[in-house]
Design a binder for this molecule. Structure first.
Ligand SMILES: Cc1ncc(COP(=O)(O)O)c(C=O)c1O
Length: 382
């Protein structure tokens, strides 16, 4: 079996699972309880916060734990809208955001907020000049993802940050869910960025864990009201074991990052060049440095993406159409539509997404599988 669906989710790291089990068994107290078991659990949560902060070059009081990327995106966007609505109701985002951002924006539009969606070019990149033109006196939030989950384009956040220097009160949020261990830490740690969203299960931690970075001094309203955990910002009993496992997984994901990126780049190049040599193929994720190392979206024209995914499954290769969410719903890729890709080509798209455990031997097996799958489709076509 070859697992090439790492942008959908990653396999939990065995060290992170060990940590989960140890903490769940030994530190099961409620971190808010006054007794020793509570104190110990609280200490685990705070140590994890310190580790995570150090790993992403932030301060511990800038890290808040969540249940994952969807919650983080919802919280930062709605929390900003609630906190800043008296100053303005204009928000800027892009046409290629994950549904966790896109559908949150749609909810805010229903509530009377005005959202500008920046277009992308045919490669999947916003133009910073469009942002400059869209900024208004009543703009309260700019939300732009770092690495697009469908094609892997890395957005020009440094240029966005430069523009936003002139608008110091506007919140700048970056969805960094697809960014961990992908060589973009310098980009996402630009000092002008106020909020970042992370999701544990995208870097070998467990499902249902995540965190946000909120720059000291920036305020959002809580979404989760309740017992006042996370300094009253995010109520709910802390997932102590999940948080500790996430801190461990993050450390592992960021260890030897350059080497891992180079390996993923090499595998992506190998597959890209092979697929490109066949007729009726289209590659959306380019080999240039402005694309993330782990995402490779392509198409075999005339065949539906779902059909391609199942044909590869029969060859023992697991992947998605352009995203796991759109795979199930059968929806067309919103990123490819925004890139103006013809619908008949977009419906043939499929995504290989790598992680640091994938090997060149797997790339060779993929090539063989591709050859078989392709030959089958061509026979059907003839
Ligand atoms: C860019 C991006 N943002 C947000 C999410 C949502 O994260 P989660 O699955 O942790 O809710 C995903 C998941 O695929 C994603 O790729």
């Amino acid at each position: 079996m070859i697992y090439f669906d790492n942008s959908a989710t990653t396999k939990p790291d065995s060290g992170a699972l060990d940590t989960y089990r140890t903490v769940a068994e030994q530190f099961f107290g409620n971190p808010s309880s006054l007794h020793k078991l509570g104190d110990k659990a609280k200490a685990v949560v705070e140590q994890s916060r310190e580790q995570i902060a150090e790993l992403i070059h932030a301060k511990p009081n800038e890290i808040y734990f969540t249940s994952g990327g969807t919650e983080g995106d919802n919280w930062i966007i709605k929390g900003t809208a609630m906190a800043k609505r008296m100053f303005g109701k204009h928000i800027i985002t892009t046409t290629i955001e994950h549904p966790a951002v896109r559908n949150t924006m749609a909810q805010l539009e229903d509530l009377g907020f005005d959202v500008t969606y920046l277009p992308v070019d045919s490669r999947g990149f916003i133009n910073p000049d469009d942002l400059k033109a869209a900024m208004r006196d009543d703009t309260i939030l700019v939300s732009i993802m770092a690495v697009n989950n469908e094609v892997g384009s890395i957005q020009p956040l440094d240029k966005v940050a430069d523009i936003l220097q002139d608008y110091p009160t506007v919140h700048f949020h970056v969805d960094a869910v697809q960014s961990v261990g992908k060589g973009v830490m310098d980009l996402i740690r630009n000092p002008r960025i106020d909020f970042l969203t992370f999701s544990g299960h995208k870097f070998h931690a467990l499902r249902g864990t995540g965190f946000i970075y909120a720059k000291q001094g920036r305020r959002i309203e809580p979404l989760m009201a309740g017992g006042g955990q996370e300094k009253d910002w995010r109520s709910g009993t802390e997932n102590t074991a999940g948080i500790a496992a996430m801190a461990k997984a993050l450390r592992l994901a960021l260890t030897d990052e350059d080497k891992k990126v180079a390996r993923e780049q090499a595998i992506r190049k190998e597959i890209t060049e092979y697929v490109e040599s066949f007729d009726h193929t289209v590659i959306f994720s380019k080999l240039t440095p402005d694309f993330a190392p782990h995402i490779l979206t392509m198409a075999i024209t005339g065949v539906r993406g779902e059909t391609i995914v199942h044909a590869f499954e029969n060859e023992g290769v697991y992947m998605s159409t352009t995203s796991a969410c759109s795979s199930r719903s059968g929806q067309e890729s919103s990123t490819l539509a925004a890139m103006n890709v013809d619908g008949s080509i977009a419906e043939s798209a499929f995504r290989v997404s790598l992680d640091e455990d994938n090997t060149m031997a797997e790339a060779e097996q993929f090539k063989q599988a591709f050859k078989n799958v392709y030959a089958g489709f061509m026979r059907m076509r003839a």
